[in-house]
Ligand binder design. Structure first.
Ligand code: BTN
Length: 262
């Protein structure tokens, strides 16, 4: 069973947030922080902003059923618990936008030039530096819970994928993990609160500023083959809207891939 509130001196409760990370659960090793957060919610209702963070994630979950593999002790792997009951299920992509923008804004302020590859990969120099996995629960007409898992490559300098990068690889020096963690959760709280106050319109323009490929002609693949198109936006349900020579079409994550792999 978990030992809640076991704080490793490595990760301290942030002084700069109102609620995010104020209940901080550190596990030296775990399978997946998203799954641990889900388990915590099974028998109790942990406070909003609870963070589960680990140094060694052994079965990290990625999007589309992929795994998220990271070297122990080198990177950030954590999950935050939100109760976004103010969001209608149809608007849940607003939360994805808020989390992706928070990571991008953190990186920008740290001197990087990030981009968001729809829906929520964060790239630096066209390589993936961060992946997000939001697992949402609904209750009737409202969202009841979201577990937002964030993997941010910080100090790892070798990757099996040539499409991956880290803060250390991009700069040539290492970073203090606790400092980076505090930077990210501070931004996350700001953008989550902005979503709560202003809704998706308060986030979307910034998301679009970071969006990789916006208004550019790119190559995509669907089940029926490759095609060229231009990303012109994101629809209300979070689908990618692509303009081709003949029409504007919206695609879900399951329906489309960029023709190159990041
Ligand atoms: C992706 O890009 O495929 C999403 C990766 C998400 C990884 C993070 S690491 C912390 C949290 N726990 C998980 O099991 N996954 C997310």
């Amino acid at each position: 069973m978990l030992t809640p509130k076991l704080i490793n001196p490595l990760y301290k409760i942030p002084a700069t947030t109102l609620f995010l990370g104020q209940n901080l659960i550190y596990l030296p090793e775990c399978h997946s922080t998203n799954t641990v957060a889900q388990q915590l919610c099974q028998n109790s209702m942990p406070p909003e902003g609870t963070v589960v963070i680990t140094s060694a994630q052994t079965a990290g979950k990625g999007q589309r059923g992929n795994t998220w593999i990271t070297e122990p002790g080198q990177n950030l792997t954590f999950s935050t618990l939100f109760y976004p009951t103010f969001l209608a299920p149809t608007l849940q992509f607003g939360l994805t936008m808020a989390v992706a923008v928070a990571v991008a804004e953190f990186l920008k302020e740290a001197g990087f030039n990030p981009q968001i590859k729809w829906p929520n990969d964060v790239l630096v120099n066209s390589r993936k530096i961060s992946g997000l996995l939001l697992e949402n629960s609904l209750q009737g007409e409202k969202m009841s819970r979201s577990i937002a898992g964030i993997g941010l490559n910080v100090n790892q300098t070798t990757f099996s994928l040539t499409t991956a990068t880290s803060m250390a690889l991009e700069t040539g020096h290492s970073f203090d993990l606790n400092h980076v963690f505090h930077g990210v959760v501070s931004k996350l709280e700001v953008w989550y609160l902005r979503l709560r106050e202003r809704g998706r319109p308060g986030i979307e323009p910034v998301y679009l500023q970071y969006l990789y490929g916006l208004n550019q002609s790119l190559s995509f693949e669907t089940g029926t083959g490759p095609f060229m198109g231009t990303i012109i936006g994101i629809d209300a349900s979070g689908k990618l809207v692509i303009r081709t020579a003949t029409e504007d079409r919206s695609f879900s994550l399951q329906e489309i891939r960029y023709a190159y792999k990041v």
